[in-house]
Write a protein that binds this ligand. Structure first.
Ligand SMILES: Cc1cc2nc3c(=O)[nH]c(=O)nc-3n(C[C@H](O)[C@H](O)[C@H](O)COP(=O)(O)OP(=O)(O)OC[C@H]3O[C@@H](n4cnc5c(N)ncnc54)[C@H](O)[C@@H]3O)c2cc1C
Length: 374
């Protein structure tokens, strides 16, 4: 466990935005161990799934997910991103979870990182030093080039996604749309159809570009009229440019470690990017828990630094053993949806096998096993 840590966040956390994020058992298992109170966090449990044709609403695949919790020893949650964010913030900063509470320093933009001395410099000119710097600075990470020596450029996939929220009351008030909700508590629905031109002309990896409801209706005009009626209720439509980045060969250099989207940005088709970031957090928490503290009094500053560097290298290597192969595979799998294994590779697996690989992984158990063997 870290004895002390600080989080430097560039924003003021004043305008948390977003929509839904689902938390599969591989992530919810971790959150529950960290002390998550799912009811307080307002999470819902996924009960069933439906994949249907968008032009006819004919079902392609229906699944009952009631047994997910028993099968994987953790539920499959649906959450609003703001609720998840607040929950994680509380677990990190209040004395609720297992480890010591950390501090978050808002409006603290990191402008320089030195992997050798584990020092960050902030925009206000102050420098801060630690034993390890963990860069969780997202898809536009400035830490990646410090680790691999160059940028990891994003390649266009040729697709972008429209995103919007519609209040359930509005859907229930309309004859053409209310049947999507009738008696379908916790149902995860996917409609498959033609469409999917890239409406986004920019090459920037952004997910909050403003778009128009009329763009959505034009793109999906061949969809069933009940879906068109649903989409016509969209306001505040956002466009998300879908770009792909290759897995990178290492996630650490000296005393700087990349985690989350900074280490393994991925497409949304498996819905696993956030879950992989949570798995990273779980693994680093376990693996650093055995970090040797310096003897007191230390033998000498030079010897102490040498020992600490060796110990940190051992821990970060162990972290990559636990995490890099799995998250890199997930990056590659994420080129395809769970029902599109053929887009990744012939015989890559069917939906049930994807579930097994994604949901069944116990990152805490795996990290504890690797820690025990160190
Ligand atoms: C629209 C959308 C829907 C998604 N849905 C799902 C889903 O259903 N399931 C799922 O598992 N995943 C989902 N994801 C993916 C998930 O949101 C991301 O993978 C996850 O947020 C990555 O977490 P992170 O901490 O690595 O990076 P981020 O969440 O991007 O956080 C990075 C943080 O670092 C801060 N920062 C950046 N640079 C600096 C700097 N220089 N100094 C200080 N602070 C800095 C940023 O302000 C930000 O707060 C979705 C993503 C998007 C965009």
């Amino acid at each position: 466990m870290f004895s002390q840590y600080q989080i430097f966040e560039q924003s003021s956390f004043a305008n948390e935005i977003g929509a839904a994020i689902h938390l599969c058992p591989n992530a919810s298992r971790v959150l529950l161990r960290w002390g998550l109170d799912a009811e307080k966090a307002r999470f819902d449990v996924t009960q069933s799934g439906l994949t249907a044709r968008a032009n006819s609403l004919d079902p392609i695949y229906e699944a009952d997910y009631h047994k997910i919790k028993t099968k994987y020893s953790a539920p499959w949650y649906l959450s609003h991103r703001v609720d998840l964010h607040n929950t994680l913030k509380d677990l990190a900063t209040k004395d609720l979870g297992k480890g010591p509470a950390g501090t978050i320093r808002l409006r603290s933009k990191v402008v320089e990182i030195d992997p050798d001395s584990a020092t960050v410099t902030l925009a206000d000119g102050t420098s801060h030093n630690a034993d390890i710097i963990i860069a969780a600075d997202g898809v536009h990470s400035r830490a990646v080039s410090k680790v691999i020596g160059h940028e990891n450029p994003a390649a266009p996939t040729g697709f972008s996604a429209f995103r919007f929220l519609i209040p359930t009351e509005e859907l229930l008030a309309n004859e053409k749309t209310k049947h999507f909700l009738d008696g379908k508590e916790g149902q995860f629905k996917i409609f498959v159809g033609e469409g999917g031109d890239d409406w986004c002309t920019t090459l920037v990896e952004q997910w909050n570009i403003s778009a128009k409801t009329s763009d959505v209706l034009e793109e999906f005009r061949s969809f069933h009229s009940d879906l068109v009626a649903t989409m016509s209720k969209a306001t505040d439509v956002k466009l998300w440019k879908l770009l792909y980045r290759e897995p990178i060969p290492t996630w650490h250099r000296k005393r700087l470690l990349l985690i989350g989207d900074a280490a393994h940005p991925m497409l949304p088709h498996q819905g696993q990017a956030g879950a992989q970031a949570i798995e990273d957090g779980a693994a680093i928490g376990v693996l650093l828990s055995g970090l040797q503290v310096p003897p007191s009094p230390p033998p000498s500053a030079d010897l102490l630094r040498f020992d600490l560097n060796t110990e940190i290298e051992r821990k970060l290597e162990a972290f990559e053993t636990v995490r890099r192969k799995r998250a890199s595979l997930m990056q590659i799998f994420s080129n395809a949806g769970q029902d599109e294994a053929e887009k990744v590779r012939e015989e890559a697996g069917n939906q049930a096998e994807f579930h097994e690989f994604n949901f069944g992984h116990d990152v805490l158990g795996e990290s504890e096993r690797v820690l025990g063997a160190l």
